[in-house]
Design a protein around this ligand. Structure first.
Ligand code: E4P
Length: 244
């Protein structure tokens, strides 16, 4: 399973660099968090970065690609499944893929949309599980169906082996837990994109910290152990870090 960071904050990308496998952004994240797209692409390279197009979607996507692909070899251009007027972007996406762009079909909300984006040959398909749940849907169920979909290799001749489903719109550690378990390993649909705040909450555990404190109190430094080669004798010597 891969973890992408859903942010445009470079300091968070650096903070989590040892954990993350890529970055996703969207216009609202950029609006809220700021950030320099060039810097993000260069920093993360060769790890994938998704940047979203808007406007007419086609020329904007081409411009983004021309500008940023030299900075990040695994750049993906996000194109929402639907335009703001409710028409689909499938033809636009098809044309962009034929031009050689790597596409992340985003703002996907149901199995049928996943299926169609998969059939087009999108590299990534971003299912917004949190928003599906928000409106009373069952995102876990959709994820399971989608995992079955990618296991059907004869589904489409344009269905590429490296296609991956990104589970986005993760709001809490519980969400992460649920969706990580819903992913069937090895079937390609394997990415969760998560905001830094959720990752931060995921690492916290009151008793893990208390346990670590206990071990810190009882710890005998290597230099002391080496000198006495006997833990009991070493324990009689005051801990070098202990106060008076
Ligand atoms: C995914 O690529 C999106 O950027 C993101 O997960 C959307 O999440 P939201 O529903 O919290 O806006």
């Amino acid at each position: 399973m891969k973890i992408f960071l859903d942010t445009s904050r470079v300091e968070e990308m650096k903070r989590w660099s040892h954990i993350i496998d890529g970055v996703t952004t969207n216009p609202s994240i950029l609006q809220k968090e700021g950030g320099n797209i060039e810097e993000i692409c260069e920093l993360m390279n060769p790890l994938p970065v998704s940047v979203e197009s808007g406007g007419d979607f086609y020329t904007e996507a081409m411009d983004l690609w021309e500008w940023l692909h030299p900075l990040n070899e695994n750049l993906a251009i996000k194109v929402p499944f639907l335009k703001p007027n409710g028409q689909d972007n499938l033809l636009v996406i098809d044309s962009l893929i034929k031009e050689g762009l790597t596409i992340n079909c985003t703002a996907v909300f149901n199995f049928n949309q996943v299926m169609l984006a998969t059939k087009l040959g999108c590299r990534y398909i971003s299912l917004f599980v949190g928003r599906i749940d928000d409106e009373g849907g069952d995102a876990e169920d959709i994820v399971r169906d989608c995992c079955d979909l990618v296991s059907i290799s004869s589904f489409s001749d344009r269905n590429k082996p490296d296609q991956e489903l990104i589970l986005g719109s993760i709001r809490s550690p519980k969400d992460f837990d649920r969706y990580a378990k819903a992913i069937y390993d090895g079937l390609g649909f394997s990415i969760i994109t998560v905001p830094p705040e959720v990752l931060q909450k995921m690492i916290q555990h009151k008793y893990a910290q208390e346990t670590s404190k206990q071990f810190e109190n009882d710890y005998v430094p290597v230099v002391t152990l080496k000198g006495l080669k006997d833990t009991q004798k070493a324990l009689e010597i005051p801990h070098p870090l202990a106060g008076d």
